[in-house]
Every structure is written in C-alpha cells, then in structure tokens.
Design a protein around this ligand. Structure first.
Ligand SMILES: [Zn+2]
Length: 422
C-alpha cells in the first residue's frame, strides 16, 4: 500500500485534504479514494467560503470524479454536509478539491476546459468520458470562477462592439472586446439596444466615462447606445467592417452578372462565375494558383465584375494604410465610386461617405483590425463547435474561456502567458 502523501500527489490534492483510505472496486474497475477536509478548511459555505455553523448531513457520502489513473477511472469519496451561511442559508459545505456544485474535481474541470479550447468536441467527450452537456457546465464553472476572482472590466478604455451569429444565422450574440489586451470581455444573447445597455449597466457610470474609443460596424443601435452611455468616447468604424461592406457589394455584382449569364443561356460562363466566388473574396496575396487563373479569366471576359473586384481591393488597401496617405487614397476612391456606374458600388460609396467621420476616427485612433478580425474568425469556429450546446450560456462560456483569457493551465503546469492568447 502506498503512503497517504504519495496518494495525495497522484490524485492532485494538497495538505488541506486528509486521505482516509484507498479502495479498488474490482467489479466496476474504479479506484475510490476516501477523503475529508482538514479541520481548518471545514464548515465553510460552498458559495462564499465564509465559516458557518453546521446545518445537516446533506446527501451524506458522495463521489467526485478525478482524472483517470492510467486507464482506470478514479473517484474521491467524502461526506457532503450542509452549513447555514448567514448570506446563502443552508448550503453544501465547501470542499478543497472541487468547485461548488461540481461532480468533478478541480483538476478534472481544468483539464476539460484546457482540452476543449485545443481540440474537437468529440475528442473531448471521448477522452474525458463525459457528455458534451457536462463539458458546458464545466467550462461555465471555470469561467465564473475566473471572472469572480478578477474584475473583467478593469482598466477598459478602447473597446470594440460587434455581433456574431449562431444557430446558422438565426440567433445572435453581442460581443465586446478590449482593444488593448485583445481579450473578449463580455458577450450576451441578442443584438439590440436592450442587450447592449446590459453591458453598460454592468460597467457602471464611472467606468463608462473612462471609455475613450468604441469601434463598431456602423449599426445605428450600437451608435445610439454608445452616445447615450459613453459621453467621452469617440465612435469608430473599424476597417474590418468596411472591407466586409465592400465584399458584400462585390458579391452582389457577381450574383447579378451570374444571373444575367444564366438567363442569356451562357451556362458555361455562369458556371465559371459560380466557382469564382472565393477568388473574388480572398486577398490577392492569399490566392491559390487556380484562383489566380480564375481571376485572370474574369479580367479578360467580364469587365464590370473585374472593375468591381479592383474597387474592393483598392478600398481595402486605402483603409489599411495609415495617416494622410490613407485619407488621400480614400478620397480618390470615393470619386471613383461616384462615377463607376456599378449600382452596388455607387451605393457603397454613399454609405462610406455617410460614415466617413467614424472611418477616419478608426484610422486616427489606430484601431487594430487584425484583432477584431481574429476574434471574429475564432468565434465563428467556436460556435460551430458549440453547436451541440442547448444553452447559449455555455456557448458564451466557451467564447470567454478561449478568447477572454480564462483557460486554466493543465493540472500541475504553470499558468499560460498573455502572449499565448493571440
Ligand atoms: Zn455563503
């Protein structure tokens, strides 16, 4: 029989826990470690940690799942009495090895949370032998603890507000990122004024006054709430969104040309245009050889579509430049758009003119598009992964875990650095 100290190390416990016995349940092929909290950590409220008088024996003895020992499952077993907390009333007492309300140990939760940000949904379930909905509750616990330990809104000054869709575009989340730390700081279900006001309510008046820059996509509902709550803030439209408008306009042109070709019986040309979608969307430096060929063909055979493509590219280059050059380029782009006779781009030109102060402000304040863009891309991957979650709260927890900096280190390793987040 190994000594208690060795067992403590193996199942990841510290000195605040006493090991009473270790049993192997041959029938179920599991190891059960009998434990109890040391006196100093006993009789504390499971929610707030305040010392409190005993209430009753609760559910009696219960088990918490630990990390597997090799191929064998392992459990801790202990009493789970309740205490009378002055704030929370009768509550299950705190245990040093697990978070409140959890059926798994702290190490187990942490490992699930780490793996979920690094691999596929099915791999997590299979490897950890847990249902996907359990993964949702685990990460919600881990994130809630992280947010309680450190104020997530501390020092916010330059923020970005955006919406992302989930459930195949039928539902939306409003998200807030911190431009300085690169973290996702808040997310909630919905995309309307009421949802966004919820964020500023949490932030409070004093911290709202410290917000200097807010970037968004030009949506009126965001602009209205920002003007109402952040009186000191400059409202910007980051170039990521402006490029997105241009890509949408280009797609409209492509669809029109495609429809015209189809109606005119030019099936061959219509088919080629359909396949050209990605070649037109991508940045020229990212095109594959085949896509380059596609583009060259469009340049030869389809002048309005190619002109629209060039206009999108020129706009992208203009607003990604910095300073006065950028403004000059944007200005000449606008006069090009005004006389281009492509309706989608004439309209885009008008839209950009309407939003010009916000676009210029983003250039001036040097808002990093890379950040907004990478957060968007990453979140899109996440909600594909979180598709199986019934509760949007779990999707939000997953997003915060991964992009908010709440992913715990693997048990027994050191904490990740901020650099590892990007
Ligand atoms: Zn309490």
């Amino acid at each position: 029989m190994l000594g208690a100290d060795v067992w403590r190390r193996i199942v990841g416990l510290d000195k605040s826990t006493v090991i009473e016995d270790v049993e192997v349940d041959v029938g179920q092929n599991v190891v059960v470690v009998q434990v109890r909290p040391r006196r100093a950590t006993k009789r504390r409220c499971g929610r707030c940690g305040v010392r409190a008088p005993g209430y009753d024996q609760g559910e009696g003895r219960r088990r918490w799942r630990c990390l597997d020992l090799g191929a064998v499952q392992c459990f801790l077993e202990a009493d789970s009495p309740r205490v009378t907390c002055p704030t929370h009333g009768p509550t299950v007492a705190q245990v040093p090895w697990a978070r409140h309300g959890a059926g798994h140990t702290r190490d187990f939760d942490d490992q699930v949370a780490w793996i979920v940000t690094h691999t596929s949904k099915s791999a997590v379930s299979e490897l950890m032998r847990v249902a996907w909905r359990t993964v949702g509750s685990v990460i919600s616990r881990v994130v809630a603890e992280g947010r309680a330990a450190h104020d997530p809104f501390d020092g916010l000054s330059r923020i970005g507000i955006d919406e992302i869709s989930y459930k195949r575009g039928h539902r939306y989340l409003t998200v807030v990122v911190d431009h300085d730390s690169g973290r996702l700081v808040w997310a909630a279900v919905g995309r309307d004024k009421k949802t966004l006001r919820g964020f500023f309510d949490l932030l409070g008046e004093e911290r709202c006054d410290k917000i200097t820059v807010v970037s968004a996509d030009g949506a009126e509902w965001i602009a209205d709430v920002v003007r109402e709550r952040c009186r000191q803030a400059t409202l910007c439209i980051d170039s990521f969104h402006v490029v997105q408008w241009a890509t949408d306009a280009l797609d409209e042109v492509r669809r029109e040309v495609w429809n015209a070709a189809r109606r005119g019986g030019m099936t061959e040309q219509a088919r080629e245009l359909k396949g050209a979608r990605f070649a037109l969307w991508k940045n020229p430096e990212d095109l594959t050889r085949r896509q380059q060929g596609k583009l060259a063909q469009i340049a030869k055979t389809n002048s309005p579509l190619y002109r629209a493509y060039l206009m999108k590219e020129q706009l992208r280059l203009a607003i990604r430049r910095k300073g006065i050059i950028s403004l000059t380029m944007l200005d000449s782009w606008l006069s090009w758009a005004a006389r281009c006779r492509i309706p989608a781009f004439v309209e885009l030109g008008r839209k950009i003119r309407r939003h010009l102060p916000g676009i210029e402000a983003a250039m001036l304040h040097n808002i990093s598009n890379a950040l907004v863009e990478s957060t968007n891309t990453k979140l899109r991957v996440l909600h594909r992964m979180a598709f199986g979650f019934r509760e949007p709260e779990h999707l939000i927890a997953l997003a915060l875990l991964d992009r908010g900096g709440y992913c715990p280190p693997l048990p027994g390793r050191s904490a990740p650095t901020l650099a590892a987040l990007s």
